[in-house]
Design a protein around this ligand. Structure first.
Ligand SMILES: Cc1cc2nc3c(=O)[nH]c(=O)nc-3n(C[C@H](O)[C@H](O)[C@H](O)COP(=O)(O)O)c2cc1C
Length: 283
């Protein structure tokens, strides 16, 4: 049976923009192939429920792409929560993709693939793409600088052509999920133990300078998880994912965090894992 893709869903969360960049490359390539695309940025309020309804209705000839940055070796909670909310759908081929900041892409891709197969979906491809490390934006030599680059973009385009080709050729198209788990079992076990929640204690603490804060709420407008409340100054709720967009955007520099200890820890991890290749597609 051929399965010519006619419609695609591209769903992602991208606090610092790299995953959005990769998503845009996917969207553009699909549109060039005259495939109808429905795009959803999970950080935009109210968009998630409507896309889930549309995905649940699909019976054939569609494909779902789901993208996340890697945080502490995992996909981020908004993306995993989105996957958890999907209904089982054996008609849906699916492609997880991640951007990572040069330390380790960890088990994010594998965990996304596993969660999607629990929804009876067929994982027909995947990608990990090197990007600038979003926690190193103030540093002189951030890991992943100048990425995603042209090579990453071309890999993504090749992945789309490959996936659409193999599905329309009539194959089932599934990849073996184990290819998405490229670390040895002992390292995987360690990565499983260290979650974003547990890593909270290593994250730079934010301090709000109440004299400088003008209560403009810009910080809240860029928060991907709507985790900032005002009393009247910003306070960070439990669902904060530590993207630090609030620190980056504040026009008064009223939200401060000390990243001086972070650089060494990230670079040590990069040195420890020496992950290669930087970008890779799985088809
Ligand atoms: C809290 C936090 C944790 C991160 N953890 C990792 C990590 O474990 N490994 C890694 O290589 N990059 C890590 N990064 C960097 C991001 O994965 C990378 O910059 C990604 O491309 C960001 O995607 P975005 O631009 O779509 O937000 C982390 C970034 C943040 C803010």
């Amino acid at each position: 049976m051929t399965e010519k893709i006619q419609k695609a869903f591209v769903v992602y969360c991208s606090p610092a923009g790299s995953t959005r960049h990769v998503s845009r490359i996917i969207v553009k390539k699909l549109q060039e192939m005259e495939i109808e695309v429905i795009e959803c940025d999970l950080s935009k309020k109210f968009s998630e429920t409507s896309i889930i309804t549309k995905i649940n209705r699909v019976k054939s000839n569609a494909c779902l792409f789901v993208g996340s940055p890697v945080y502490v070796s995992h996909a981020i909670p908004p993306v995993m929560n989105f996957i958890a909310r999907l209904q089982k759908n054996p008609h849906m081929p699916v492609v997880p993709f991640v951007t990572w900041g040069g330390a380790t892409s960890g088990i994010a891709l594998y965990e996304m693939g596993k969660a999607l197969t629990k929804k009876d979906m067929r994982v027909v491809g995947g990608a990990k793409i090197l990007a600038r490390h979003s926690m190193m934006w103030q540093m002189e030599n951030p890991l992943g600088e100048n990425h995603p680059d042209k090579t990453g973009d071309q890999m993504i385009q090749k992945m789309i052509t490959g996936i659409c080709g193999k599905l329309s050729d009539g194959g089932n198209g599934s990849i073996d999920l184990s290819v998405l788990s490229y670390y040895p079992p002992d390292i995987v076990a360690e990565m499983k133990k260290m979650t974003l929640k547990k890593a909270k204690s290593h994250m730079p603490k934010r301090k709000v300078d109440e004299d400088a804060c003008t209560e403009c709420k810009e910080c809240s407008s860029v928060c991907p998880t709507d985790a900032i409340s005002f009393t009247p100054y910003p306070e960070f709720e439990k669902n904060c994912i530590f993207c630090f967009n609030c620190v980056k955007i504040c026009p008064e520099d009223a939200i401060q965090a000390d990243f001086s200890k972070v650089e060494k820890r990230i670079k040590d991890r990069a040195e420890l894992f020496k992950e290669t290749p930087p970008s890779q597609i799985f088809i």
